[in-house]
Design a protein around this ligand. Sequence first.
Ligand SMILES: [Cu+2]
Length: 113
Amino acid sequence: MKTVFAAAGLAALALAAQPAGAQMAGMDDHAGHAGHGATSAAVAPVGAVGVVRAIDAKAGKLTLAHEAIPALKWPPMTMAFKVADPALLNGLTVGKKVRFKLQGQTIVGLTVL
Ligand SMILES: [Cu+2]
């Protein structure tokens, strides 16, 4: 069984690499961020911490004042992220501190601290 899981993991990584690369071509969500443009797309999720500034459940977006993210060479800033699943926004309120996982510029995991 271990072999099967390892193979599945590799396949998932290979799949994840493609959309991340495609996103880099667009960059429209981050056009206002001078600090982010040249960063290489992160294939593996990157963890970070931030404070909720705005929640747009309809658009599936979350604005966070995030701390610096050294793995992405991002300085601290306030910005809007897409969420992979609107359910991630459940229970959030402005002012809450959260730990989140980013895949590219999409939040794929989130925990209230
Ligand atoms: Cu940012």
